[in-house]
Design a protein around this ligand. Structure first.
Ligand code: UT7
Length: 333
């Protein structure tokens, strides 16, 4: 019997309308377009304003509508919804449930996972395992964040980086030699102090003190995270190429998490992959955490061909990181 692979059969994405430019940000904190462009590579990021909508499920619904407009499916046939996010609408109920209710995926069991910027590749692994088990035929994997809800706009070390956005993919089984081939996922939880959002959890429940201490915002030691991100993504990409006997020339696309253009360039350089094979859209959207990789797939969908060898790689809080190797499943429509 042929091996079952889980293949992406459709991609959707959505970014909110409001563009927060470097120029506008420079009127909020002491920074400049020149510094942000040179040190991070971002020109603008999208922000979900209350007048447009609220909650990451708002973005997810739009992303699913976008997917459905290109690749129609019956929402009632979706068996599970896995939503990777660090900025759910609420602590409970989960945002997968809210999204499913609003898009008619009412036969699905739904849950969120939190793996920060690596959320998409972790969620993809879960979806892939469901499909390969033979028990499920249609899994919706969603990944995105509304980081503007947890960004400290008085902290110039973090606020230029983050934006809002969401992507989704539909996973289905195939016996063809396409789909998710391999993944290497890693975690090191020994040093949460380097990158965290401490407020509102069970250690620091919301209080006047947590608000006064800015505990409800993301904080990071940028230089430590920068170094670990490059080392970790390179290490897992090299390992996955090696164990799948995949030469660098055979790689069609690298899809890295979009945290900093200098990180992306450094990963590409160390992997010896030309930058025209690397999906980069950080200048338009900034770092949307779990959203960056599916948003890249959405942006590049019309350039992807069946059989393309694609490496996804991410690094984020936890620390979480990894690399996924997939063969694209369809030609541009
Ligand atoms: O997605 C999750 C994973 N996150 C990441 O991968 C982020 C990794 N880290 C980074 O991308 C970078 O470390 C940052 C973008 C956060 C910071 O860039 P950097 O080049 O590492 O800057 P730095 O923290 O070393 O700061 C250099 C200088 C400092 O000034 P002094 O001390 O040299 O006088 C900062 O105060 O740049 C200053 N600076 C700024 N200046 C203008 C820091 N932020 C700004 C700013 N505008 N926004």
């Amino acid at each position: 019997m042929s091996k079952i692979h889980a293949v992406i059969t459709g991609v959707g994405g959505y970014v909110p309308n409001y563009r927060l430019t470097n120029e506008e940000l420079s009127t909020i904190v002491e920074t400049s377009d020149e510094w942000i462009t040179k040190r991070i590579g971002i020109k603008e990021r999208r922000i979900l304003k209350p007048e447009e909508g609220s909650g990451v499920s708002y973005l997810a619904v739009k992303a699913i509508e976008n997917l459905k407009s290109k690749h129609d499916f019956d929402p009632l046939e979706i068996e599970a919804v896995v939503f990777a996010t660090s900025t759910p609408d609420y602590l409970l109920p989960n945002s997968a449930a809210l999204t499913a209710a609003k898009t008619g995926m009412t036969n699905a069991f739904c849950f969120d996972i939190e793996a920060a910027c690596s959320g998409f590749i972790y969620a993809l692994e879960i979806g892939e395992t469901f499909i390969v088990s033979g028990k499920y035929k249609k899994i919706m994997v969603i990944a995105g964040d509304v980081l503007s809800a947890v960004t400290d706009y008085t902290d110039r070390n973090t606020c230029p980086i983050f934006g809002d956005g969401c992507g989704c993919v539909l996973l289905e089984p195939t016996t063809e030699e396409v789909g998710i081939i391999d993944s290497i996922l890693r975690t090191d939880g020994a040093n949460p102090e380097h990158l965290h959002l401490y407020g509102g959890g069970s250690v620091h429940p919301a209080s006047h003190e947590t608000v006064d201490n800015h505990f409800h915002y993301i904080w990071q030691d940028g230089r430590i995270v920068f170094k670990r991100a490059i080392e970790s993504m390179v290490e897992t990409c090299e390992e996955i190429l090696k164990r799948n006997h995949l030469s660098k020339d055979a790689v069609s696309w690298i899809v890295p998490h979009q945290a900093n253009l200098r990180i992306i360039d450094s990963v590409a350089h160390r992997l010896d992959v030309p930058t025209d094979k690397v999906m980069i859209n950080i200048e338009k959207y900034g770092n949307t955490s779990a959203g960056t990789i599916p948003i890249c797939l959405w942006d590049w969908e019309s350039q992807l061909h069946k059989g393309d060898n694609i490496i996804l790689t991410a690094f984020g809080a936890g620390f979480t990181w990894g690399a996924t190797y997939l063969k694209w499943g369809y030609n541009p429509k």
